[in-house]
Ligand binder design. Structure first.
Ligand code: HEC
Length: 120
């Protein structure tokens, strides 16, 4: 069942939430560092036309090629609760500002149809 495939990832995310406090200083993202962090995201965001169906049917947006600052801002909005999608909120709440900057740079260097983790 596709709809349960993110549960193991969420269990790991819960563990990562204790990894350490976020830096308040100016944060500079690194695509290479982001490459090691997007395994949380590829299960949903790298599958064309994938739909996550809890609690409603959501079409998962393709974020490859999106602007890095936009991605970091969107993740911050989920973390703060300004954006409401429950799964994205729980995922974003585990990310530090540095993680968001790194992930933003990583996706900015991709295109919508990039293969998963091409930098490896
Ligand atoms: C369980 C599936 C799932 C996982 C895992 C997931 N996302 Fe999402 N994501 C979604 C869905 C569904 C939406 C659309 C939600 C909405 O409408 O607000 C979304 C929205 C987003 C958006 C907003 C896109 C836009 O165009 O505004 C960003 C950015 C994003 N996700 C980044 C990430 C990152 C980074 C990760 C990994 C740390 C991640 N997502 C993990 C399902 C997922």
């Amino acid at each position: 069942m596709k709809k349960l495939s993110f549960l193991p990832q969420l269990a790991v995310v819960a563990g990562l939430a204790f990894a350490g406090p976020a830096h308040a200083d100016e944060v500079k993202g690194s695509a290479a560092a982001g490459n090691g962090k997007v395994w949380l995201c590829t299960g949903c965001h790298s599958i064309p036309e994938y739909r996550a169906d809890y609690p409603l049917v959501y079409k998962v947006p393709m974020i490859g090629g999106q602007n890095a600052a936009y991605i970091a801002a969107a993740l911050t909005a989920y973390k703060k609760g300004e954006r409401k999608h429950p799964t994205m909120r729980s995922i974003a709440s585990s990310l530090s500002d540095q993680d968001m900057a790194d992930i933003g740079e990583y996706y900015a260097a991709q295109t919508a149809s990039s293969p998963i983790n091409p930098l490896k």
